[in-house]
Ligand binder design. Sequence first.
Ligand code: HEC
Ligand code: HEC
Ligand code: HEC
Ligand code: HEC
Ligand code: HEC
Ligand code: HEC
Ligand code: HEC
Ligand code: HEC
Length: 355
Amino acid sequence: MKRLIALAVIIGSAIIVSSWPSYGQRDPNARCLLECHGKPDFKREVAPGQFKSLYVDYEQFKASVHKEKLCVDCHTDVTVIPHQRRPEQIHCLQCHYQGNVVGAPVSERPEKYKESVHGKAFERGDPNAPDCKSCHTVHAVRPPTDPLSPVYRANIPKTCASCHVEIYTEYLEGVHGQALRNNVLESAVCSDCHREHDLFPPDDPRSSLHPQNVANTCARCHTDVKIMERRGVPVKQVEAFKKSFHGIAIEFGILRSANCVSCHEYHKILSSRDPRSPIHPLNLAQTCGQCHPNASSNVARGRFHIIPSDPDAGIVFWVYEFYRWLTIVMTAGFIFYIVLDLYGRWRHARRSSHG
Ligand code: HEC
Ligand code: HEC
Ligand code: HEC
Ligand code: HEC
Ligand code: HEC
Ligand code: HEC
Ligand code: HEC
Ligand code: HEC
């Protein structure tokens, strides 16, 4: 009889377990979800009349990068269910640091976030500062390659826009934003220029947009012949800039010299054919005039990014070539003259010693 009762209990509970909704029969997470965290209106009162949702969308979780994990793999202090106390606050960086042994990928160095402008603001208690979950979500984290991820290339500007909305609208009007809207994924998004985790204010030398680093940041794409040919954009500007007065001055630490964004703007970069662009021929006097107060409309008439040794440079190339050959011919002539002179002196010396 006892055995029969035991069997009935086992069968009974098996039936109950198998009738649990959606969570698979042996899903060890089921206990967290069934009674509590699987209910959309499950919440906690954080202040009188103020609630925080404790609901976890399990379908989203099961589609996430952490789908193989158990709730208790991360919330390790939950040992009995239901737990009596609020579990410890946990952090993504518990696993995502360089050299971790749990196999959490960290190629972009998420731990640098702590030193970043965002991390510092968060640490100060700025209620608007983003932490990991602001950009990645908590339980629905998807890899950057997944079009549904908030950090998928095409979605990054929108993700930043949840706080930087004015910059986002400016960005959308510029060439990079327009191209992204047309699904040109190789165009620049916020994090291509600013980076995502080690993001600093532009006056910080560690920033990818510090005046001395701007050219290299743009260069990542603008020296890529394949990308630029596909988009019909010339590629020699970076090289020309580095050889220009401005580029050399920046290299030597004269930061008031011009870098790419001094002339091109940054969020709303426009083609030189667009009359609103600071590099449209009609606006150049004003653009150069910011730093060269006497710049007239004659400055930089015609083409600007020129490498003199490049045949594409037209007249400048021929002038360059002319002076190059002039220098070579004159140097050769001079050397010839010296040799001739030395030979003359030698012969003269020999003759006088014989005589
Ligand atoms: C990959 C690790 C990970 C897994 C797996 C995970 N969580 Fe979380 N969970 C977190 C992190 C990180 C936070 C804290 C987010 C924050 O507020 O900064 C969190 C927060 C929570 C919170 C909110 C706590 C509060 O007081 O704000 C609840 C509720 C929760 N998790 C439930 C679950 C449940 C249920 C599961 C299983 C379905 C689960 N978690 C699986 C990482 C995880
Ligand atoms: C318990 C350790 C642990 C915690 C806590 C954790 N992760 Fe992970 N995370 C992993 C592991 C392991 C993987 C690899 C999963 C796989 O590939 O199967 C991963 C993968 C990822 C990926 C995919 C990376 C890629 O290149 O494909 C992202 C993004 C990510 N986690 C972000 C987060 C965020 C954001 C949090 C906090 C909300 C977090 N993780 C918390 C262990 C963790
Ligand atoms: C301001 C938004 C933002 C914040 C805050 C942020 N991330 Fe990211 N994260 C991104 C973006 C954007 C990418 C995608 C980069 C790319 O295109 O590959 C990314 C990629 C990742 C990846 C996958 C790339 C890799 O390193 O393998 C992981 C893991 C990750 N973040 C973890 C974190 C962790 C942990 C935190 C908190 C310490 C965090 N992130 C904070 C925006 C953010
Ligand atoms: C949850 C809101 C939030 C999100 C999302 C966010 N930011 Fe920020 N960001 C801030 C706050 C707040 C500050 C100001 C920090 C401070 O006090 O200096 C800031 C500062 C910055 C700064 C420095 C500004 C300065 O004056 O030097 C840059 C650059 C920046 N964010 C870029 C980004 C980019 C790029 C993204 C997306 C990958 C992003 N932010 C996503 C809230 C956010
Ligand atoms: C083509 C490169 C580029 C892209 C793309 C870009 N930025 Fe910027 N951003 C810059 C530069 C350069 C500066 C300022 C440099 C300086 O002040 O010297 C800047 C400045 C900022 C600042 C500081 C406040 C300000 O206006 O000076 C914030 C915040 C910011 N960007 C956020 C964003 C966000 C959000 C996006 C995406 C919607 C974005 N940026 C896209 C290059 C870029
Ligand atoms: C992630 C790659 C990437 C980065 C980084 C990037 N760009 Fe671009 N840029 C592009 C692509 C792609 C286009 C072509 C867009 C199109 O198809 O219209 C473009 C277009 C342009 C154009 C317009 C060219 C034309 O003929 O209309 C200018 C000017 C420009 N970028 C300047 C910059 C500057 C300055 C920076 C650095 C502050 C920068 N870009 C950073 C990819 C990038
Ligand atoms: C001193 C001002 C100045 C600086 C610095 C500068 N540019 Fe330019 N840029 C111009 C002018 C003017 C034009 C238009 C005339 C031309 O094409 O030569 C131009 C044209 C371009 C074009 C062709 C697209 C178009 O709209 O005609 C690209 C791409 C470009 N620049 C990228 C860059 C990059 C990348 C840097 C930094 C490495 C940079 N520029 C630095 C002034 C500048
Ligand atoms: C952000 C400020 C800034 C902008 C904008 C700027 N320049 Fe300059 N430029 C400088 C500085 C500073 C020097 C001096 C560098 C040095 O010490 O060698 C310089 C040097 C030059 C020189 C070398 C000869 C001289 O006067 O020393 C020429 C030519 C020049 N700029 C032309 C231009 C033209 C054309 C434009 C507009 C397309 C322009 N600059 C925009 C800051 C700027």
